[in-house]
Design a protein around this ligand. Structure first.
Ligand code: 5GP
Ligand code: ZN
Length: 117
């Protein structure tokens, strides 16, 4: 996908430091962090959204989530995290290349996402 920013980052055409990577996923810091350490787990292949991504990649996806949080957790001394995936325009998706937000959390940090009570 020529005009896809996450494909450009995946192929190294746009150089961004990687937090962690495995065969099918990598993680980077979000350019516009909502909380300290806000990061993205991104598929190396261009799938538009979660529905477009093969279910067989689930194990590697979770591996990338866990290892990304392990590195962020150490760096930031955070105490928890949220994983968020926006899908389709109505779901708030702006970059149409499947990705998962990792939002590090601390007790009483005041940050709220809409699924919070
Ligand atoms: P979503 O599609 O899930 O709504 O949001 C896309 C996310 O990607 C946003 O949080 C935005 O800040 C991030 N983003 C968009 N372009 C870039 C980029 O070029 N580099 C990085 N590191 N993050 C980006
Ligand atoms: Zn792409």
């Amino acid at each position: 996908m020529d005009d896809c920013i996450f494909c450009k980052i995946a192929f190294g055409e746009v150089r961004v430091p990687r937090i962690y990577e495995n065969e099918n996923f990598f993680s980077i810091k979000d350019a516009h962090p909502k909380v300290e350490g806000h990061s993205l787990v991104i598929s190396k292949k261009h799938f538009k959204n979660v529905l477009d991504m093969p279910s067989s990649l689930g194990t590697e996806l979770i591996d990338c989530v866990k290892n990304t949080y392990a590195k962020l957790g150490k760096e930031l001394k955070c105490e928890g995290f949220n994983v968020v995936s926006n899908n389709f325009k109505a779901g708030g998706q702006e970059v149409n290349h499947v990705h998962f937000h990792i939002l590090p959390r601390k007790e009483d940090d005041g940050f709220r996402i809409f699924v919070n009570k």
